[in-house]
Design a protein around this ligand. Structure first.
Ligand code: SAH
Ligand code: SF4
Ligand code: F3S
Length: 467
């Protein structure tokens, strides 16, 4: 059934290609939000390139513009309206096609707002209808219609769409879609639907293909990767892959792949089995992203996160005991409704204890339709900002101290390319995601090599290749 659906879309790709046979056409995709959206944009780029479109060079006019939106925080809305406004003039001059897609398009009030205020948009499609983009585009070109293609029910998983990746060294592979957790602040479960996992064999085949193409690093993506396969049938599987831990072990066996990353796991599902799999699988990055959100047990309860401050700290220490070289990064929200100074102190306390390598900090943003939006004691903007600054200050002090610990150590790094400011310098990342700059020949790009860390410079480390 899925095969037929994709076959139909491939026919539409051919039809569009046929229509613009002798013309040079260009596309431009602006992606907002997380790596899942980036991965969706890579699929859109893949479909467009199969149709014959080429990526537009910076600043040049395109024949089609796609805005792939995010709605996890409020500022994304203003950004989108600004962009759509700018595109109006380009459309008038060049008759470009404008498509808006992604998570924000699953929100009814956003669909209405775009229809009312920006009627010149040609295609609006949601997260569950991405695979139908060739058909939608064909209809816009041939029938000059405006298209709205949004499904409110959960989309199915479609395999076999073309893909044009952003990098030729490191690739993202979505392993599951949707989320069942309903954290009380979060809009994602409403716009991405229920949790559903891709078949292990499709994931393994994709990564084997990546390895053949020369990719060295893969990042497994999902809103809650360690609940992979939890909602799927597990009986009679010939490959015996029925959990995230099994998947890690299987990916670890794929030759040619040297680094495996994953985002995001949920602390509540970080089972012993997952810890053991990471321990056994040497290719799995030792930088573990473990979203904290808040260090206060009371706030965590109101957030519906299903763990306490103590359970989070215990988990960190359990992982550290099993995998001593493990380090952590995290996501933290400050200013959740009813967050007291004492609650915030608990967050600072966890930050001090865990000593994160990286913290993605967010100021709480009210999202329509989520339970937290209806809570009475919303925190004033000024307090939220002050707490944010205090958290940032604490973290920056820790970064400096952490960096000093790297000096003199030997680190395995994937060489990503030459440094932006000096093409004699190469740049890469450690398995803990620290940027390392060092002198070396360009032929090392794409390889995994060892360097010795010589000095620290706050946002990067300097290394030596010949030590
Ligand atoms: N599934 C992932 C995160 C997805 S959203 C997880 O559970 O970790 C990425 C991050 O955005 C979240 O971790 C959270 O820190 C932040 N976030 C989500 N909703 C938010 C909101 N309403 N306001 C501020 N930050 C938010
Ligand atoms: Fe949002 Fe929570 Fe799901 Fe992450 S786990 S996407 S924060 S609801
Ligand atoms: Fe944003 Fe959608 Fe990702 S809301 S964070 S782009 S899943």
């Amino acid at each position: 059934m899925n095969k037929e659906v994709i076959e139909e879309q491939i026919q539409y790709i051919r039809k569009v290609k046929e229509m613009m046979k002798n013309e040079k056409k260009y596309y431009n995709i602006l992606t907002m939000g997380c790596q899942l959206n980036e991965n969706d944009s890579e699929k859109l780029a893949g479909m467009l390139e199969e149709m014959g479109y080429k990526p537009a060079k910076n600043g040049t006019v395109s024949d089609i513009y796609i805005l792939n939106t995010c709605c996890v925080r409020e500022n994304a809305e203003e950004k989108l309206f600004g962009k759509v406004g700018e595109l109006k003039k380009i459309k008038q001059k060049n008759n470009s096609i404008i498509a808006v897609c992604g998570c924000m398009m699953q929100e009814k009030h956003m669909q209405d707002k775009l229809k009312e205020s920006y009627p010149y948009i040609d295609i609006i499609f949601g997260t569950h209808t991405l695979h139908k983009f060739p058909e939608d585009l064909y209809k816009v070109i041939s029938e000059k219609n405006k298209i709205k293609d949004i499904l409110d029910i959960d989309g199915e998983i479609y395999e076999g769409l073309p893909i044009k990746r952003n990098s030729n060294k490191s690739a993202s592979v979505t392993i599951m879609y949707g989320c069942n957790n309903f954290c009380s602040y979060c809009i994602v479960p409403y716009v991405r639907g229920r949790e559903r996992s891709r078949n292990p064999e499709d994931i393994i085949a994709e990564i084997e293909q990546l390895s053949k193409e020369g990719y060295k690093e893969v990042t497994l993506l999902g809103q809650n990767v360690n609940s992979y396969m939890r909602t799927e049938k597990k009986e009679n599987r010939s490959d015996n892959i029925t959990s995230f831990a099994d998947l890690l072990r299987a990916v670890n066996k794929i030759q040619g792949i040297e680094v495996i990353k994953f985002i995001s796991p949920h602390p509540k599902d970080f089972t012993e089995d997952v810890i053991q799999a990471i321990k056994e699988c040497k290719k799995v990055s030792r930088l573990i992203h473990l979203p904290l959100q808040s260090g206060s047990t009371e706030v965590l309860r109101k957030m519906n996160r299903k763990y306490t401050k103590e359970q989070y700290l215990e988990l960190v220490s359990k992982i550290k005991t099993e995998i001593p070289e493990a380090v952590f990064s995290t996501d933290i929200i400050v200013g959740f409704p009813e967050e007291t100074e004492k609650d915030f102190q608990d967050t600072l306390d966890v930050v001090k204890k865990v000593n994160f390598e990286q913290i993605f900090m967010f100021i709480y943003s009210r999202r329509k339709g989520t339970p937290a939006d209806k809570m009475e004691s919303q925190i004033p903007e000024e307090i939220k900002h002050k707490r944010f600054d205090r958290l940032k200050e604490l973290f920056e002090k820790q970064v400096e101290l952490n960096n000093k610990k790297y000096i003199g150590t030997i680190q395995k790094i994937l060489v990503e390319g030459t440094s932006k400011n000096n093409d004699k310098m190469l740049t890469g990342r450690t398995t803990t995601n620290k940027i390392v700059n060092f002198e070396g020949s360009k032929s090392l790009v794409g390889q995994v090599i060892e360097v010795k860390i010589a000095s620290e410079h706050k946002w990067y480390l300097k290394g030596e290749k010949n030590f």
